[in-house]
Design a protein around this ligand. Structure first.
Ligand code: GTQ
Length: 348
């Protein structure tokens, strides 16, 4: 308005900006509304990957490159609002990893934390600091930050899982480290199931040692257990109007989230359930483990079936209708937001 009354003000400001720009200085008032918006602003958009469409590309990748050459043979799920940035939400990476019978994805470690949600096939394993765990569809498996990990498939069928990593969070803090193990496969030093037996049965060793620091010492959460819990919960209480019967994967040593940066959840929705709308600040990736339905995210509706992935950006309203009984796995940056006092949810 000032520039309408005094035409030279606009020109004076442009001149001021040009001069200060040379000294790496900029006026806040030109960008303040973008820096501090009234509500979450994100380039992330709602999106849906039908497994039916994606699977042929994943299998074709199996003909194009070996797991060993690729190091990790993964088809990245790129949010359509952030193409080229290798992320599904502003903070999280997701991709579908394939390992064929007889292959090994060589051992390495990095400061990024990873989760795996098994989508198709059985008989592959992932090894974490000397212990292997066999993968089955629906299993939730963690690779804690800075632990050696390699994947192998001694079985007879291709195995595909969804990887979720906190790549953009670690990048934001410029705290990335990575090392390659001298051999493809790390030596096995503990029997399969040792971690689960020591920490996953409501017991813990006397010494207050957290083998994976801030990450759960249970690194494999079998689907059979999660599914049994959901079925039991459904007999014990009414579903939440927004979330149905929803549980979070926890670190048994703390009772908090299983991972410090990524929260993982599993929920059961009864046939015919129509959820109330909610929104939360943690942009969330979902995988349909069982059942068909419709997810309405912001303005978009996605008809999903088992193994499909869809993503809800921060603060966009989410509603789910279950055409048949559904189980949804999901993950988000909720623990990171909660640790920083940022997380919000609004129901209805
Ligand atoms: O399995 O270690 O999808 O390091 C991306 C980076 C998987 C893995 C990914 C990785 C991995």
């Amino acid at each position: 308005m000032a520039s309408v009354l005094q035409p030279d003000v606009g020109a004076a400001r442009q001149d001021f900006y040009r001069r200060m720009d040379k000294d790496n200085l900029a006026p806040l008032w030109e960008v303040l509304h973008n820096l501090v918006p009234p509500a979450p602003a994100t380039p992330c958009v709602p999106a849906h990957w039908k497994y039916r469409n994606v699977r042929p590309y994943v299998m074709e990748a199996g003909n194009i490159i070996s797991a060993k050459e690729a190091v990790r043979r993964v088809v990245v799920l790129e949010n359509p609002g952030m193409r080229g940035q290798s992320c599904i939400t502003r903070s999280l990476y997701a991709g579908l990893q394939l390992i064929l019978p007889g292959e090994v994805a060589p051992s390495h470690r990095h400061s990024q934390s990873a989760l795996r949600f098994i989508v198709e096939g059985s008989g592959a394993y992932t090894a974490v600091n000397g212990e292997r765990t066999t993968m089955h569809p629906g299993d939730f498996i963690i690779t804690p930050s800075w632990t050696w990990h390699d994947h192998g498939n001694p079985g007879g069928e291709p195995v595909v899982w969804l990887d979720g990593l906190d790549v953009s969070i670690v990048e934001l803090f410029s705290a990335q480290f990575m090392e390659t193990y001298p051999q493809d496969s790390q030596p096995v030093t503990r029997g399969e199931g040792a971690s689960y037996a020591m920490y996953g049965h409501n017991l813990a060793p006397l010494e207050p040692v957290a083998p994976f620091g801030k990450t759960s010492p249970v690194f494999s959460y079998p689907y059979a257990r999660s599914r049994e819990t959901l079925a039991r919960l459904a007999r014990e209480r009414d579903p939440d109007t927004c979330h149905g019967w929803k549980m979070q994967f926890i670190n048994p040593l703390t009772g908090g989230h299983a991972m410090p940066t990524i929260g993982a959840f599993i929920q059961l929705l009864p046939k015919g359930f129509r959820s109330a709308s909610y929104r939360s600040t943690d942009g969330t990736a979902f995988v349909a483990a069982e059942g068909e339905g419709r997810a309405t995210i912001g303005e978009q509706a996605f008809e999903f079936e088992p193994r499909d992935v869809f993503v809800a950006p921060s603060w966009q309203p989410v509603r789910v209708e279950a055409t048949s009984e559904c189980v949804l796995f999901s993950f988000s940056d909720r623990p990171a937001q909660q640790a920083l006092g940022l997380w919000r949810e609004q129901r209805g």
